[in-house]
Design a protein around this ligand. Sequence first.
Ligand code: E4P
Length: 268
Amino acid sequence: MTQFLLDSGDPDEYRAIATLAKQHQEVLFGATTNPTLIAKKLLGPLRQSVSEASTKVTQEKAFELQKQIVLEIINIVPGPVSAEVYADEKTTANEMISQAREITKWHQRVVIKLPTTIEAFKARTVLRREKIPINNTLVFSQQQVLAINLHEQLIQKEGPIENEWQPFISPFVGRLDDINIDGMAVVEWAMRQKRTHNFTPLILLASVRRAEHIKRGLDFEVDLITAPAKVYQEWFTLTNEQKQVVDAKSYASNFKPIDYWEPPRCTV
Ligand code: E4P
């Protein structure tokens, strides 16, 4: 069954959406946060733009605030809460590893968000060997999804990793939609490949912009969805009949499709 996570940096929103979900016989299972959302929360009252906010918050301050917020959210939702390492194009694998080791001490339900870059793959190797749950974020292509699945298979071959959460893979559908590419195609491909090859990472539909994304995700029985509060305010308040008739495809009719990629046969 698909589980719902809230994508936010504001504990009040988690409380409000958890309550709304309950009122509509749904469950807000978990959470995702990211540095931009945290910065927004920190400087929100000043009504600054997100880019202004991001540059004015020091990395240390954002890290500390993320910790406080994550620990607050942990008490609101029963499931996993993803917290992100700070990383830009210059951040090394070792820097990501030390941040992740620190974040993972916060709580056993914390999952570490890593970007899907070469440096982050190096960090992923070390962290998965330490049995730390990882949410690979900023995923935009079928090839990235496959790379993460194969990486996880390699790690699992070294020995079983028993912890509460399978790792997550987060395709960013809204960012692809923003450039007129049908982002949901990456999620649908990921779910098909997962079923065909029994890949273990959970697919997390991320960068949700609209109720139609939720509908398409549910139709495909995606493992997890993370969406902002305003999308849940719309989705949870629909009746079952209204949910059934949401036209999940028209919004993407002018988007460039992503052709289904059949990966070459490979074993690890
Ligand atoms: C998920 O983990 C991310 O925080 C999120 O979905 C990003 O979405 P955006 O494209 O709206 O920034």
